[in-house]
Design a protein around this ligand. Structure first.
Ligand SMILES: C[S@@+](CC[C@H](N)C(=O)[O-])C[C@H]1O[C@@H](n2cnc3c(N)ncnc32)[C@H](O)[C@@H]1O
Length: 247
């Protein structure tokens, strides 16, 4: 199987929300943290860049009303098709870098677990700095350089080789002119082993698209051996919350 991000998300769109459907507390918890980090207020014009199916836009709107629709941007039309079809959301099929270099002014921008798909991160972030109103905030959420996920060894090794390091992003933020703050947000995950294995089998992370069917099955065998005594998997899901203020 050829590794392609576009195909990965087009194929995943129908399953994506199911992965998280049994974790409403997790979604609510991150939603709360996003609202407070972005200091969201009703008059804000918010962009959810690389929004996917809009899980976190929905989490925001379940806790706070906004006067304007959330601008939900994603190049995968199939992921975007899952965003609710009502006037609280304005879906836009578009690449983030392109969006960042088109006209438009916004108060708050959320990027959650999308930055690893962007080759020219500086170009994206420079554009977004221009798009923000004075006093605006960019919240970039990504995973740290190492993770505790109960994945197979090769997957964790590949993750560490390809995941952008937030320290490099801090340097870019500061070069561009963002006043930058980094926080870590931890969530203790407890998930039924079979549910997690099914997510891995369905390549719930784009990282897993780097492995062909045979490699994935081998990896799952390794996980089955390692966790054969467990029915529930427990680990800490740590997120890096990078805040860029345009002051
Ligand atoms: C891991 S998902 C995260 C979705 C959502 N932010 C969330 O946390 O549920 C990554 C998303 O980034 C999108 N994406 C990939 N390349 C992109 C690009 N160049 N510009 C904008 N979004 C992109 C994918 O289509 C996918 O929906």
């Amino acid at each position: 199987m050829k590794y392609s991000i576009q195909n990965h998300y087009q194929n995943l769109a129908n399953k994506y929300d199911d992965f998280w459907s049994s974790s409403p507390d997790f979604i609510r918890f991150l939603g709360q943290n996003i609202i407070s980090s972005l200091q969201l207020v009703p008059r804000d014009i918010l962009v959810d860049l690389g929004c996917g199916t809009g899980i976190f836009s929905k989490a925001i709107l379940s806790q706070l009303s906004l006067d304007n629709p959330i601008i939900c941007v994603d190049p995968s039309d199939k992921m975007l098709a899952k965003v609710p079809n009502n006037d609280q959301y304005k879906p836009l099929v578009k690449d983030a870098v392109e969006f960042a270099h088109e006209s438009g002014q916004y108060d708050k921008i959320l990027i959650k677990e999308m930055i690893h798909h962007i080759e020219d991160k500086e170009k994206l972030l420079e554009g977004l700095f221009q798009r923000l109103n004075l006093g605006g905030i960019l919240l970039l959420i990504l995973l740290p350089p190492t993770i505790e996920y109960p994945l197979f060894t090769e997957a964790l090794k590949t993750y560490e080789a390809v995941q952008p390091n937030y320290n490099d992003l801090v340097a870019i933020f500061e070069k561009i002119g963002f006043k930058t703050t980094v926080n870590f947000v931890d969530y203790p995950v407890s998930i039924a082993k079979e549910k997690y294995f099914e997510m891995v089998e369905n390549r719930y992370m784009s990282l897993l698209s780097r492995f062909d069917d045979q490699q994935l099955q081998q990896g799952l065998m390794e996980m089955r051996e390692k966790y054969h005594e467990k029915s529930t998997l427990e680990f800490c899901d740590r997120f890096v919350f990078m805040l860029g203020n345009k002051s």
